[in-house]
Design a protein around this ligand. Sequence first.
Ligand SMILES: [Zn+2]
Length: 428
Amino acid sequence: MVSVLGRLEVDSRRLVMELVRLAMFSDGVEEAGAEAVDGVAVTRVVFGPADGAARGMVEELAREAGLSVRSDAVGNTFFCWEGTEAGLAAVATGSHIDAIPNAGMYDGTVGVLGAIAAVRALKGSGFQPRRSIEVILFTSEEPTRFGIGCLGSRMLAGVLSSWDAVKLRDQDGLSLEELRVEAGFAGELGEVQVKPGSYAGFVELHIEQGPVLEREGRQIGVVTAIAAPASLRMRVEGEGGHAGAMLMPVRRDALVAAAEIIQAVESAALATGAQDTVATVGMCDVFPGAVNSVPSRVELSLDVRDIELERRDGVLQAIFAACDEVASRRRVKVKREWVNADAPSGCAPEVIAAVESACTAEGVRARRMVSRAYHDTLFMARICPVGMVFVPCLGGVSHRPDEFVAEAEIAAGVRVLARVLAELSSRV
Ligand SMILES: [Zn+2]
């Protein structure tokens, strides 16, 4: 247990300047005055020129903080502060620096540069970790380039095999394999997965990307669980025909069947009675899509999220049963194709406790909450106990140039993170 840690000095001014500097590395030229918003528009696609330059800046800061630098074959980069006791599993923190087109400057970056600032604060206080502390910069948390989110942490945790990873290509047909080598990451993709027991714990500092903390005037969100989506494509096939000539009793209208399915999706989510269950049909394409034609085919998207896997799968089963019932009654076919189904994850009680006691020590107002977006932590949860520290963002806005986190909030997040790292790295 750490009790010797006194007040941590976090140079939040410096950290904000670093975040601003990092934001300057952006792909493409933003059109001047195209959007009259405050803030900096950032686009940073993995393995693009801005990503490379931004990685260089982070690496330089890490070296300056006395951390060793190592990268794996997919570009996950590990900045390590060696512990005093060799052979113990490390405690890790970190996040991502890639950004979707026209995003803001805090999503992910606060968890990388903030982690380096936490290390600086700990070193400044004279702290010595028993277990090594690693700051991880994960490759491609955003699905922008390869269509799959959390690429780096997925591979590190062994959730995505190198076998499947080598098949990944971007929209221009360039493969992950050639792009990562071109970006300077050598070695075999098969070696990205870490050995079991490599980490004793992982904690990620991240902006909330929602309005709860700001609304309640709290500085820290203690994440207890991370929701994950199951998404599918569904295709309803009926029979088309002339809207005037085809009589009602013989119709097999794909859109009317789809409408019933959409209602069943809503009912299935509501039926759990849990506010953490959400289900959405966000896309609906009708063929042939003419005013005088009975719809023959409808394509639907389905996105079901929950923090409990069993409950989410129960909702999916209810939806599938409704699809079967509608299909037989309306004499249509309903085909389903999985897009992905990552399991949601709970945070570890011992990490949650460490975050809460850090909040108490720092005297910040905190509350427990679930993460409705998913993060690299979701995949780290497969290999070690995890937790997350959320800081509020203005208006809950994220993935937009006007994303904003106040300096004082970032500072509080870094101090809490530093204490959690001190606590976890001191445990035997
Ligand atoms: Zn993020």
